[in-house]
Design a protein around this ligand. Structure first.
Ligand code: PLP
Length: 380
């Protein structure tokens, strides 16, 4: 069949047409345990009932009005996201857009342009976010990039010297997701924070993948005793409805006055109704404690697998990477897993990445662990 789509995605030859919780079905009716959450998006599971009700209720009222008018739902969600850490919110539609907003805010508020990001980082595919991304493979063919981005090594102490008074901001993920589930060293992050304070440099934490409970705290930075000036969110915020958010400290507000930045769909009422249901779910349940316990269990069980294909296993909460040896292409392992009814992801360093819904049960996790064990221990 002739396709009228650009070929920019490498797609598996089946379509997932329905889903509930952590289970999805393809067009042939085959069931899969979804350990991807649609790349860390459906954190509360597919077609989650609270989000579904909120979406239905909002769909009967009004779907869209632009940011020319007050928005009660934006106020409510912004308060829930920002109250604890004194953040103001700006809503957009994706992680890349949230990072664009962060970059713009940091440059305008500081009056400086240099932004330091990390090698192997991923911040999105728009021009600013791509220029911030520390992976040549993402940038090749798209020059000239946005100027004044500089990369330092992740966890590299010596490179911290590059943060100086001419730097507007340092922007990083505390766990590099696309880069291969690479965890930052807590002491290194704290030193970086200290230097940012000393040199009057803004700290931006990209929580697009790590945020909304993924690592066992609502924001991953909370586990590192950091106090970022700006954070960015997207993926899990509305459990599958496109949304992004840039949160920044009140001291930065003057740089983002009327007319400074905006987007037509930002803060869309349907998206924010779903986001509100997600945030209520966290308030009403002990989900973060469960994520910590389930994440520890998952890591512990995976580490018991005895397989020469495994190079390393690492993660935090329900964000886990299994780095494979170079002779075991992760794509082949993903295909084999799909065959036996499990969907997983790849990431940098030939890493099999697991981002299950935070609501996954122990029994469902056990099913996934059993299938992963089967595929990683089978002989060809
Ligand atoms: N930042 C991080 C840490 C991400 O993992 C991603 C996407 O994977 C992005 C930004 C880009 O988000 P989006 O694809 O919604 O633009």
């Amino acid at each position: 069949m002739t396709s009228y789509l650009f070929n920019n995605y490498q797609r598996k030859p089946f379509e997932l047409v329905s889903g509930k919780g952590v289970w999805v079905k393809d067009e042939q009716g085959k069931s899969y345990l979804d350990l991807t959450s649609g790349i860390g998006v459906t954190n509360l599971g597919h077609c989650q009932t609270d989000c579904e009700s909120a979406l239905l209720e909002q769909s009967h009222k009004i779907w869209h009005m632009p940011n020319l008018y007050n928005s009660q739902i934006q106020e409510i969600v912004a308060q829930k996201l920002g109250e604890k850490h004194h953040f103001l919110s700006y809503f957009c539609n994706s992680g890349a857009e949230a990072n664009e907003a962060a970059i713009k805010l940091a440059r305008k508020a500081s009056g400086k342009s240099k932004i330091i990001t990390c090698l192997e980082s991923f911040h999105g595919r728009t021009y600013g976010a791509m220029s911030a991304t520390g992976q040549k493979v993402i940038q090749t063919g798209f020059s000239p990039l946005v100027p004044d981005f500089q990369n330092i090594g992740f966890n590299n102490w010596q490179d911290l010297e590059q943060i100086d008074q001419s730097t507007a901001a340092v922007m990083l993920e505390v766990i590099q997701g696309e880069g291969g589930v690479i965890l930052a060293d807590k002491k290194w992050l704290q030193q970086l924070q200290k230097i940012c304070w000393q040199k009057k440099v803004l700290l931006i934490i990209d929580e697009v993948q790590t945020g909304i409970g993924r690592t066992g705290t609502f924001y991953a930075f909370e586990q590192y005793d950091l106090d970022p000036d700006i954070i960015t969110l997207a993926k899990g915020l509305a459990n599958g409805i496109p949304v992004g958010a840039m949160l920044g400290k009140k001291k930065l507000a003057a740089a983002f006055g009327p007319g400074s930045h905006g987007t037509t769909f930002g803060g869309n009422k349907l998206a924010l109704a779903s986001a509100n249901a997600v945030l209520d779910y966290f308030q009403e349940n002990e989900l973060l404690k469960e994520v910590q316990a389930k994440g520890a269990y998952l890591l512990q069980q995976l580490k018991k697998i005895s397989s020469s294909k495994i190079q390393d296993i690492r993660g935090k909460g329900l964000m886990v990477g299994i780095e494979l040896t170079f002779d075991q292409p992760v794509e082949k392992i993903l295909t084999d897993l799909a065959e036996v009814g499990v969907l997983a992801l790849y990431a940098g360093h030939n890493t099999l990445r697991l981002l299950p819904a935070l609501t996954i049960t122990k029994k469902e996790l056990d099913f996934g662990i059993e299938k992963i064990t089967q595929i990683l221990t089978q002989e060809y």
